[in-house]
Design a protein around this ligand. Structure first.
Ligand SMILES: Nc1ncnc2c1ncn2[C@@H]1O[C@H](COP(=O)(O)OP(=O)(O)O)[C@@H](O)[C@H]1O
Ligand SMILES: [Mg+2]
Length: 217
């Protein structure tokens, strides 16, 4: 399966979620490739820290840009059981190319108005991609939600996404937690990082289960 983490905004959590899901996926399916199509190369950098720090399992990664995303990713998916793409944060040839080849597109969005304004454009991008990639499924996942229980932003955001015909909302909500930054600095996902933040671990596992339709014990 080819899973894309994409979107039109920088800083919404594409790399954070792509790397966290990669580290979990590779522990179940060693034959997983992480493709970085963002010229900022953040997830490639994360992989190199992972290697330097000898974090296992290792994750194969590769960078692809422009047309190569569209033309080469399907070929790579013949060599690897699973492909995870981290696409850059704007409407780019890489994002459009990835949408044409992936099975699932995941758009992490912060519950901020600026992120929510991109929903309409994402809806159109998915609609256009589906003319060619008809089985594409696109999902929004709330990232960096406030852990303050008085903040009602998650409910509001979930309601808003329902208005967009091409976008589904994932049940899992990823909250703003310091462990996401700490784990990333060590080339890890939160499920690998010690001391464990159990809430973060549970939400990443829940995200994984929603994406792959598999239960992790
Ligand atoms: N759930 C979260 N909790 C805390 N920090 C987060 C979370 N998600 C992302 N971040 C931090 O926010 C910044 C932007 O996230 P990143 O994944 O790089 O976004 P993108 O790849 O979409 O540009 C990074 O510093 C990252 O560590
Ligand atoms: Mg990124």
């Amino acid at each position: 399966m080819i899973v894309l983490f994409g979107g039109e905004k920088g800083g919404s959590g594409k790399t954070t979620l792509a790397t966290n899901i990669s580290s979990l996926r590779v522990s179940k399916q060693p034959d997983t490739l992480l493709i970085d199509t963002d010229r900022q190369s953040t997830s490639s950098f994360w992989c190199s820290i992972r290697e330097e720090k000898d974090v296992i399992p290792r994750i194969s990664s590769i960078q692809k840009y422009e047309k190569a995303v569209r033309t080469e990713v399907r070929e790579l998916n013949k060599k690897y059981q699973d492909v995870i793409i981290d696409a850059g944060g704007r409407d780019s040839p890489e994002l459009r190319g990835s949408l044409l080849v992936c099975d699932k597109a995941i758009f992490p969005l912060r519950p901020s108005q600026f992120d929510l304004w991109t929903l309409g454009r994402l809806n159109v991008l998915v609609e256009t991609a589906k003319e060619i990639n008809e089985f594409l499924d696109a999902y929004v996942v709330v990232n960096m939600a406030s852990p303050n229980p008085n903040v009602k932003e998650v409910m509001e955001m979930k309601e808003l996404v329902k208005e967009f015909t091409q976008l589904n909302i994932l049940e899992t909500v990823i909250y703003e937690r310091i462990v996401y930054r700490r784990a990333a600095l060590n080339g890890m996902g939160v499920t690998e990082y010690i001391p464990e933040d159990i809430k973060a671990v549970q939400e990443v596992i829940s995200l994984y289960e929603e994406i792959y339709g598999e239960i992790i014990k």
